[in-house]
Design a protein around this ligand. Structure first.
Ligand code: BTN
Length: 247
């Protein structure tokens, strides 16, 4: 995959620009980067605060896989970002919280939002992977409710990396993982996901729209990326949506 960087000063959302580019026939490997987003969004239609100093970008992919497995791309991206950030910040404190959050000491440093589009014949037309990394702005720039749960990497590490350096480290991990997924399937990154995650083995509350709907120990993820949770009474349920809080 050849990376083609497109850097903008300001966009509504790099995901929206990537969708428009994909519909115009842009190639796999197109990366849309914005120094600032005015309408950045996260999962569950949440606002994603995107001031200057953060790394906001979206990768356009055209994977040749069964749409059933498309959710794997979010897990793969989580692995690539975790590896890239660990290398950039020389730390193993960064881990993946299922399905798509990157945490440092339990605080969020990155979120990932993937979307996909099918063709009329049912094959994947494109997938976009939007990645937001809190690289180098002031903690006070988070809205008040986010300040308790999110941190800025340069702050917490005492380092002063640029967004370009961090992007480069992430893409260096992403490209080979993606190519290996296309060639040989998910085993390689799923194994790495197991090593990098901080969800499995913990008691989790599974939430749907902020409401707790199931509670148990996170046992594993399956090949489609769903989380398997085992309750006290032995019942095992699998979740491929929603979010969890870790106790
Ligand atoms: C989440 O944790 O809810 C996912 C956040 C994803 C944010 C990124 S920033 C780049 C891209 N553009 C967007 O509007 N969202 C994603």
């Amino acid at each position: 995959m050849k990376i083609q960087l497109n850097i903008f000063d300001v966009l509504e959302s790099t995901n929206e620009t990537a969708v428009a580019a994909a519909n115009d026939g842009a190639l796999e490997g197109t990366v849309i980067v914005a120094k600032r987003q005015e309408g950045g969004h996260g999962r569950m239609q949440r606002v994603w605060n995107s001031p200057e100093g953060g790394l906001w970008f979206t990768i356009l992919l055209r994977p040749k896989i069964d749409p059933q497995f498309i959710a794997q791309v979010t897990l793969l991206a989580g692995v690539a970002v975790a590896k890239g950030l660990r290398k950039a910040y020389c730390t193993d404190k960064i881990c993946i919280k299922w399905p798509n959050d990157l945490l440092w000491d339990g605080k969020k440093v990155c979120g990932i939002l993937s979307e996909m589009q099918l063709k009329e014949d049912g094959c994947v037309d494109y997938a976009i992977v939007g990645i937001g990394v809190n690289v180098g702005f002031k903690q006070e720039e988070f809205p008040e409710d986010v300040r308790k749960t999110a941190v800025v990497l340069n702050d917490i590490s005492g380092m002063n990396l640029t967004c370009e350096e961090v992007l480069d480290k992430i893409l260096q991990e992403f490209v080979p993982l993606y190519e290996s997924w296309q060639l040989s399937g998910s085993q390689e990154f799923l194994t790495q996901w197991q090593e990098l995650n901080c969800t499995l083995g913990n008691v989790v509350n599974v939430k749907d729209n902020d409401k707790v709907i199931f509670r148990g120990i996170a046992k594993n993820i399956d090949s489609e990326g769903a989380l398997l949770v085992k309750a006290d009474n032995g019942e095992i349920r699998s979740y491929n949506f929603g979010e969890i809080s870790i106790r």
